[in-house]
Design a binder for this molecule. Structure first.
Ligand code: PMP
Length: 345
């Protein structure tokens, strides 16, 4: 087994974390004169309660079929991406291997933290995972490797066996971002956590769960890494109303919506290639489609003129000519389809 504690930056390992008086006292409290709050109750005059957040952590852990100790809740998974750098990478010395094209925040957070990033391109057209190239891009100073599956913006998911090869061979921390896993036919790599202590799986309530406005992301990993993330995060990283709303939303069942989105995705995959302007439509395990068109900017503008915004990815390496389109409601998709069918180019 790899010794993960050796990968943690020395200053983080030695950190005396900030702790609140309420964290330190576990009994029941009546009069709160410890945190310089306004004492007049308006529902949010108190800092978020640790026990309410713990309730959300237990609820999400139950939903994901994992022990709560394996779950870190962040202010979006973006917070967890940044924490990976802050915990494991020494600025100006260490580096991260990042697959490309992929989600932009892996690179942005590397730049913010002054960490060299080593970009490794997926295989052209198939967007297959270049396992050997990723491993050979790493050296003694590589602390992190970022894999996104299903990948944004290409839409494809990687086989668990390919990701396992990386987890087994890579000496640093393998971060697998599964933001879109709920739309995928491929299985989550959460099942590998017992075997690979160097694995961090990111998921989110922003996509399938319909709570992008709340900003709640999940890092599922070893209890040891969770405890370090908790020490480094800001003291109250998720607000009271956010936690309460998330608990309320989680009482509902999003599976009919997810099924509808997947059905629409599959329908669009079948019908959109009939449009003259589309050269290619890539298979998708996510809630969006990557389409290659003759004139991406022209089609982008035509959609925009009629009130439909999509993502222009045509300047991204390996995505030349491509737009990324999120699957909307059937009515929204129909409007988008009509514009694409009538676009002459
Ligand atoms: N990972 C991927 C692959 C994403 O595409 C996004 C957002 N588009 C995120 C993470 C960020 O998710 P969150 O809302 O949880 O910060």
């Amino acid at each position: 087994m790899k010794d993960i504690s050796k990968l943690v930056r020395a200053n983080i390992a030695a950190l005396q974390p900030y702790s609140t008086a309420r964290d330190e006292y576990k009994g029941s409290l009546g009069i709160l004169l410890d945190a310089n709050e306004n004492p007049y109750d308006n529902g949010i005059n108190r800092y978020p309660s640790t026990s309410l957040k713990e309730q959300l952590r237990r609820k999400v852990a139950e939903l994901k079929g994992i022990a709560p100790e394996r779950l870190f809740l962040g202010n979006g998974s973006d917070e967890a991406i940044d924490l990976c750098y802050r915990v494991f990478c020494e600025p100006g010395r260490d580096n991260a291997v990042i697959m490309a094209p992929s989600y932009g925040m892996y690179s942005v957070c590397a730049d913010i933290n002054n960490i060299e990033r080593r970009m490794v391109l997926l295989e052209p057209e198939t967007f297959a995972l270049p396992v050997e190239k990723l491993l050979s891009a790493a050296d003694d100073a590589t602390r992190l490797m970022f894999i996104c599956s299903p990948n944004n913006p290409t839409g494809n998911a990687f086989a668990v066996s390919d990701i396992e090869r990386l987890a087994a061979a890579f000496e640093g921390i393998l971060v697998v971002d599964e933001a879109y896993i709920d739309f995928s036919a491929e299985k989550s790599v959460v099942s590998l956590l017992d075997k690979y202590p160097n694995l961090i799986v990111l998921q989110t309530l922003s996509k399938a769960y319909g709570m992008a406005g709340l900003r709640i992301g999940l890092a599922i990993t070893s209890p040891y890494i969770v405890s370090i993330f908790k020490q480094v995060k800001y003291p109250y990283n998720i607000g009271t109303d956010t936690i309460s709303l998330a608990l309320k939303c989680l009482e509902g069942d999003v599976s009919p919506q997810v099924a509808q989105i997947k059905a629409e995705r599959d329908r669009l995959l079948e019908v959109l290639p009939q449009a003259r302007c589309i050269q290619k439509i890539y298979p998708s395990d996510a809630n969006f489609l990557l389409i290659k068109v003759n004139d991406p900017r022209g089609l982008y503008n035509a959609l925009l003129q009629q009130g439909v915004i999509v993502r222009d990815r045509s300047t991204v390496a390996l995505c030349e000519g491509c737009l990324r389109i999120t699957v909307g409601t059937p009515a929204e998709n129909e409007k988008m389809e009509k514009i694409i069918y009538s676009y002459e180019s």
